[in-house]
Structure formats: structure tokens, C-alpha cells
Design a protein around this ligand. Structure first.
Ligand code: SER
Length: 394
């Protein structure tokens, strides 16, 4: 509503499979469906848009489950300008929305800017009135975003953080946004698209600058719901609880089991959406990513004592949660559940055979502290045992 009132067209989420973009396996951010508009190759009859976009990222896959905040699937809230407003308005909107609409106390909001972005600094300090000590300059790794895929729009960014107080912090006198601890929670990224980066990494100024922002819905929900974990946001928690019911266990009883519970929760949410958008398990590309997630979830299920297919049942809770916002999920319920169940059945056969072979190999090579590459390859190639599982078990 806020952005609609300010002239933004509300556009539905695009598919998790990017359209006509061979450089990108999945939709990783709200801006993906607008890449041609940012690059200037396509013009629309509107220059401002806002979305709630389903996103899927594998960049944090190894950490999913081990922490309370990493995930593969999430929803991103964003407002966009294609050659329309730029830094000043983007910052004004983000500030007003955060402090007036969401209602974060002004004194608790900090910001970061790209190290040499004096223009953003002047807007935050001079125009908005944020004190200098709360405007942190960070380098390229933190505050330069894009492109999504091999080429596309990119630029310096400015992020908004909520100071959750010293109780969440590391206690260091240098603790500020950018610190690894939990005190400053980044909730909104404003990207000032100024450059086009080609496949070779060369950047040239864009003829029309743009704005691409992204705020994590689940992060916002964590703050609103007063929980310190993505997995305790109401919608996500329902999925987690369903898994615990099936496994007959309690969350927060045993850290090792909690990791498995979180992996399954994340992966079943992601795979339900991926299948709905047309990804099917296979041995390459998107289908392989889906297969890996399903097999990983199934293996963690096995660690919890679930020796029969069960993920397909949890998909019902995912659909119940999100079916209203994404009616496709309801329409494709049967397909989604069938695909998951079939993959689970196949995996149970594979895993039982593979685990036995791997167990023997581990015993045989224990003294060397490593398995020969040929054995690892044979497990995958002949027995269909995924490399990442072998790696995780080792
Ligand atoms: N594209 C930016 C991001 O993903 C802002 O949406 O953080």
C-alpha cells in the first residue's frame, strides 16, 4: 500500500525459474524479473514497481540448518525505479517506511553506505538527519551489489540495520553494522544501479540509473514476532512442527536433531515451490539442485528416525501456509506431492545400498584419513549416491 500510494505498480512475484536468462539458474532477488528494464533493453509503461518476490539461493546451502538464520527459500519485498527516482527518494522512502510505517524507533536504525559514496552520505546525514556515527562506510564485499548472474545492472548500495541492543552483541567497542555478531540486524538493502557489468566483468555507466531494493520478509517477521530465529516465524514454525510430529520429537531438545529439523524445514519449503514452478528432479542443472535438496532432506529425516517417505506429507503444510498468496501451489498439489514422494522412494533404495558401501569404504581407509577419489566417484556414478552426502558423512 505504501509504495502503491507513491506511484508504484504492484507486480506479482515471477517464477523461481528466470525467464529468458541463461546466465541465472534461479530467481535470487526481486530485481531478477526486471533485469532487462534496468539494462535498458526493455521499456515498460511504468517506471516504478513494487513486489513480494519468492527467491531461491544456494549460496548459503552449507550453513542451512546449522544456524537459525540461513535459508535457501525466502520472500523478498522490494521497490524499484527504472530511470525514475534515484538515491534521494529511495532513501527517503526506506527511512519513512522503516520509522513511520513499520515503526522502528529512529534511534535504533543505523545505516551503511559504500565506502566512497559521499552522495549517499550527504543524503543520510544532511537530508534525513542520521548522525554521522550511525552511518558506516563498508567496502565492496558488503556494499556493492550485483549483477545477478553473469551480467546485468549493479551498483553501490546502502543498507538499513536495526540495533537490537547490547544484549545481542559481542561487546566489542567496535561493534557496528558489518560486525559478525547478532546485534545489528540488516533488514533492507537499497541498491543504486549505476553500472552495467558485462560477462568479462567490465563495468560501464548505465544511461538510465535505477533503484533496486530488497527487504527480507522473514527477517521483518522475526522482528515483529519477537523471535530470534527464522524457524520460529509463525509460518515456518508450522512446517517445523509438522516434521516434529511425524518424527515424534520435540524441537530444542537436542542440537544435532535441531539441525536436521531445520534442514528439512528449509528444504521442503524450497522444493515445494521449485516443483510448483516447473523444476523436476534430474541429474543436471536446476533439477539436480532440487534432487540434492530432496535427498538431503530425506537423509536428515532418516537421522530423525523417519525411514519411510514423509516429506510429501509436510508439503501439505507448506501449501496450507502459502496457498493463499500463491494459488498455483494449491492447483499443483497432486503433482508436487507425487514428485516428492517418488524421489523419496527412489532415495530410500539408493541410500540404504550406498550407506553400506560407504561404511565399508570408511573402515577400509580410516587410517589414511581420506577416501580415494575413484571410490567417491563410483559411489556417485554407479550407485547414485550424491557427492555432497558423501562429503557430509565423511
Ligand atoms: N538485489 C538486492 C539484494 O538482493 C536488493 O534487492 O540484496
Amino acid at each position: 500500500e505504501y509504495f502503491k500510494e507513491r506511484g508504484h505498480r504492484i507486480i506479482p512475484s515471477s517464477s523461481l525459474i528466470p525467464k529468458d536468462d541463461p546466465t541465472l539458474l534461479f530467481t535470487t532477488a526481486g530485481m531478477v524479473q526486471f533485469k532487462p528494464m534496468f539494462a535498458g533493453t526493455v521499456r515498460l509503461d511504468y517506471t516504478r514497481a513494487a513486489t513480494v518476490q519468492k527467491c531461491f539461493r544456494t549460496s548459503d546451502l552449507e550453513r542451512v540448518g546449522k544456524t537459525k538464520r540461513h535459508c535457501t527459500f525466502f520472500e523478498m519485498l522490494g521497490n524499484f525505479s527504472f530511470g525514475d527516482y534515484f538515491k534521494k527518494e529511495a532513501i527517503e522512502y526506506a527511512w519513512e517506511y522503516s520509522t513511520k510505517v513499520v515503526g522502528f524507533p529512529v534511534e535504533d536504525v543505523w545505516v551503511s553506505i559504500f565506502e566512497n559514496d559521499d552522495e549517499a552520505f550527504d543524503i543520510w546525514k544532511g537530508h534525513i538527519g542520521v548522525p554521522e556515527r550511525k552511518i558506516v562506510r563498508l567496502g565492496r564485499e558488503d556494499n556493492f551489489w550485483g549483477p545477478a548472474g553473469d551480467s546485468g545492472a549493479c551498483g553501490p548500495c546502502s543498507e538499513l540495520y536495526l540495533d537490537r541492543g547490547p544484549a545481542f552483541g559481542c561487546g566489542s567497542p567496535d561493534c557496528r553494522p558489518g560486525c559478525d555478531c547478532e546485534r545489528f540486524l540488516e533488514f533492507w538493502n537499497l541498491v543504486f544501479n549505476q553500472f552495467y557489468q558485462d560477462e568479462t566483468g567490465k563495468q560501464t555507466p548505465l544511461p538510465r540509473t535505477g533503484i533496486d531494493t530488497g527487504m527480507g520478509l522473514e527477517r521483518l517477521a522475526c522482528i515483529f514476532q519477537g523471535v530470534n530465529s527464522l524457524f520460529e516465524v509463525d509460518t515456518v514454525r508450522k512446517i517445523l512442527d509438522h516434521i516434529c510430529r511425524i518424527a515424534g520429537i520435540q524441537y530444542k531438545d537436542n542440537e544435532k536433531k535441531d539441525i536436521s529439523i531445520r534442514v528439512i524445514t528449509d528444504h521442503i519449503r524450497a522444493t515445494t515451490f521449485l516443483i510448483c514452478d516447473g523444476v523436476l528432479p534430474s541429474n543436471e542443472g536446476r533439477g539436480y539442485v532440487l534432487r540434492r535438496l530432496l535427498r538431503r532432506a530425506a537423509r536428515h529425516g532418516k537421522l530423525l528416525g523417519c525411514n519411510r517417505p514423509f516429506l510429501y506429507e509436510v508439503a501439505d503444510t507448506v501449501i496450507a501456509n502459502y496457498g493463499e498468496a500463491y494459488p498455483n501451489l494449491v492447483e499443483k498439489r497432486d503433482l508436487i506431492k507425487r514428485v516428492i514422494r517418488l524421489e523419496e522412494e527412489r532415495f530410500i533404495e539408493t541410500i540404504d545400498a550406498g550407506l553400506e558401501i560407504l561404511g565399508n569404504l570408511i573402515n577400509k581407509h580410516r587410517a589414511e584419513g581420506a577416501l580415494p577419489g575413484e571410490d567417491v566417484f563410483r559411489l556417485y556414478d554407479t550407485f547414485g549416491f550424491p557427492l555432497d552426502l558423501t562429503r557430509e558423512i565423511l
